[in-house]
Structure formats: structure tokens, C-alpha cells
Design a binder for this molecule. Structure first.
Ligand SMILES: Cc1cc2nc3c(=O)[nH]c(=O)nc-3n(C[C@H](O)[C@H](O)[C@H](O)COP(=O)(O)OP(=O)(O)OC[C@H]3O[C@@H](n4cnc5c(N)ncnc54)[C@H](O)[C@@H]3O)c2cc1C
Length: 329
């Protein structure tokens, strides 16, 4: 083993929960290493580049109901990283679904807030971990590319089924009640299209629309987030969970056509670009009852993420913070 790959604390995942945890650990004097399989930070708050500008293809907005997350959002508001996009969106019948609290977004892409949390952190991207196992009172993480990392304290923040799979691969034993609670956490899938059109979409003025759920559940126009005067629309189309499950393994071209057909009333002008993405884990159908799980004391093993206590971006942030606090205590 390369001794340079020993780190006292490793955080697996550079999404909202992993970075919320790592930034708190770093502020508290620790130097966690963050590993992620993707090319950059963001996880399910990533954006997809197009010739006409980025499109958020995961979360389009988030809300803050807990004072701890609101404090963080207030800081981002002050820095100009986020803005209050709306307080709800209309559905197809024109009925407005008020959220009661602001729906926050980032004009240049949702990962802007993650880049803020990531500042100063040691992050290794393109490191897909294949297996986590216990070796000599430490955790060993083995990547697809043949790297090996060792740590005394591991925080795993991938969607719960993915974290469980990594532990299973390394034959890590878990308390039976923890294992069965974690194994029962499943997620809604979501097939998504990113579509750029040459004309302004006839969406409501704020640029977001709830649909019946099947085949489409949500459409948003990124151009309206930037306040762009440009006629071009940069749309994300999210298919509903039933449609996504049924068509998951089908030919992407065929599924793309079906989604475009359903979205036709909201697409204006020429289609300049169409991209397809499959989100296996959109949101958990149920959550673990605690904000994080301490699965092992020594070496320390914690699990966190949006599958813990509260789903969504806010839940991921709170879970990551809770896990970092627990690691520090
Ligand atoms: C289509 C869609 C729409 C959504 N809409 C909303 C919304 O409107 N509002 C809202 O609040 N929430 C929404 N969500 C949910 C929200 O995006 C998530 O709850 C939140 O981003 C989860 O953050 P996380 O850090 O827990 O997980 P993730 O963002 O999934 O981060 C986990 C990270 O772990 C990495 N990883 C996984 N496995 C490995 C491995 N083996 N090796 C290395 N790295 C690994 C991943 O690359 C990822 O970066 C949406 C999600 C999707 C997909």
C-alpha cells in the first residue's frame, strides 16, 4: 500500500451531504479527504454543459425549513450564489402550488453552492470506489482504477443502496437491525432530458411547471433562472417514477422521443440540442429515522445523505453536518 494514501478521515461523496460534512470537519481543524467518482463536485446537484449554457439536470431548486440550513442559505444569498426563484410553481391546470417558503436556485448552476463548500478541501475526483473493507483496524477503500486508500474514520454519503453495496463487497459486518433498516431504503428513479430550443418556451413566467407525474413530472427553464433576455430555452424535463421505472432499460432514442412527445406543448421552435440522463436515485421513498448512522465505533464508520431523516437537498446538508458533528464528538 502507498502510505501517501492514508488519511485520518475520508468522506466518500462530493454531493451536498459529503461536502457539508467535509467543510465542517475542515473548519474544526481536521483535514478530511473527499473522494468522488464523478469529474467534479455536485452529485445530484450537477449541471450539464451545453453550447448555450448549463442546465441543472438534477435538483432544480431547494428549500430551507431548518434554521441551520437557513443560516447557510442566508450566507449564500449574501454572496450572491443563490437567489429566491419563486414561492411555488403552477401545474398544468394553472393552479399554483404554493410552497410556503422560498424555492432557492443558483443562476449559474446548482453546483455553485457545492463549489463554495468545497473551497480549500482536498478532493480526489474520478475515484470510483468499488469495495470498502476492514483491514488491521482501518477501513480500506479500493477504487476501479487500482488506487487504495486507508483511513481510521470513514463517512459514506452515496445513496444508501450504493453505500450498502460497497460494504457488502468488502464483507463488512453490520448490526442486523441497521442492515435491514438500510436495505429497506429504496429510491425513486428519474429519466431526464436536457433540451435546448430556439424559442422561448410557453411555460409560466417563472419558468417552472409541475405536471401530473406520468409521463412527465416537472419542466424547468434554466434561462429564466439567469434572467436571460435570450429567446433560447434551456429546459430540463423530468419523467415521473412509473414512466422512469417502466422505460429504464429501453433504447434511449425511443424513450427520448416519448418524453419529447409528452413535452411538445412546452417546446417552441427548433430543437438545438437534446441530452438524456438516467438518475437511478432521485429521492428516497423512505428515510432512516436518524440524521446519520454510526455503523462502527472503531474504526469509525458513518453513513449519511438524503436517505437519513429528511430527503432533498436540505436533508442531505443536515445529515452531512450531523455526521461531521458525531465524528468530532
Ligand atoms: C432529477 C432530480 C431532481 C431533484 N429535485 C430536487 C428538488 O427539486 N429539491 C430538492 O431538495 N432535492 C431534489 N433532488 C434530490 C437532491 O438532489 C438530493 O437529495 C441531494 O442532492 C442528495 O445529496 P447527497 O450528498 O445526499 O447525495 P449525492 O448528491 O448523490 O452525492 C453522493 C456522491 O457520491 C458519489 N459516489 C457514489 N458512489 C460512489 C462510489 N462508488 N465511488 C465514489 N463516489 C461515489 C456520487 O458521484 C455523488 O457525487 C433531486 C434529485 C434528482 C436526481
Amino acid at each position: 500500500m502507498n502510505s501517501a494514501n492514508y488519511h485520518p478521515i475520508i468522506v466518500l461523496g462530493a454531493g451536498m451531504s459529503g461536502l457539508a460534512a467535509a467543510s465542517l470537519l475542515s473548519q474544526s481543524g481536521c483535514s478530511p479527504l473527499v473522494l468522488d467518482k464523478a469529474r467534479g463536485v455536485g452529485g445530484r446537484m450537477s449541471r450539464r454543459r451545453t453550447e448555450w449554457g448549463p442546465i441543472d439536470h438534477g435538483a432544480s431548486f431547494f428549500q430551507a425549513r431548518h434554521p441551520l440550513f437557513q443560516k447557510q442559505v442566508d450566507a449564500w444569498l449574501q454572496q450572491g450564489l443563490v437567489f429566491s426563484w419563486s414561492r411555488g410553481f403552477s401545474d398544468e391546470s394553472g393552479h399554483r402550488r404554493e410552497s410556503g417558503v422560498p424555492c432557492y436556485a443558483c443562476s449559474e448552476g446548482m453546483n455553485a453552492v457545492l463549489k463554495d463548500l468545497a473551497r480549500g478541501l482536498d478532493i480526489h475526483t474520478r475515484q470510483k470506489v468499488q469495495r470498502v473493507c476492514g483491514v488491521q483496524d482501518q477501513w480500506q477503500l479500493e477504487t476501479e482504477g487500482g488506487e487504495t486508500y486507508r483511513t481510521d474514520a470513514l463517512l459514506m454519503t452515496a445513496p444508501v443502496p450504493q453505500s450498502l453495496e460497497l460494504l457488502n463487497q468488502g464483507k463488512v459486518s453490520l448490526d442486523d437491525s441497521h442492515r435491514s433498516a438500510l436495505a429497506s431504503i429504496d429510491y425513486e428513479p428519474c429519466l431526464a432530458l436536457m433540451v435546448v430550443t430556439s424559442q422561448k418556451s410557453p411555460l409560466p413566467e417563472d419558468g417552472g411547471l409541475w405536471l401530473s407525474g406520468e409521463p412527465l413530472s416537472w419542466i424547468a427553464d434554466q434561462s429564466r433562472k439567469t434572467g436571460s433576455e435570450n429567446a433560447i430555452s434551456r429546459l430540463v424535463l423530468h419523467a415521473g417514477p412509473d414512466f422512469s421505472r417502466t422505460h429504464w432499460d429501453e433504447d434511449p432514442e425511443k424513450v427520448t422521443e416519448e418524453i419529447l412527445k409528452a413535452a411538445d406543448p412546452w417546446l417552441a421552435g427548433e430543437r438545438l440540442s437534446v441530452q438524456y440522463h438516467r438518475w437511478r436515485y432521485k429521492t428516497p421513498l423512505k428515510v432512516f429515522p436518524e440524521p446519520c448512522l454510526k455503523a462502527h465505533a472503531k474504526p469509525a464508520l458513518f453513513l449519511a445523505g438524503d436517505g437519513f431523516q429528511r430527503s432533498g437537498v436540505e436533508g442531505a446538508y443536515l445529515s452531512g453536518r450531523a455526521a461531521a458533528q458525531a465524528l468530532l464528538s
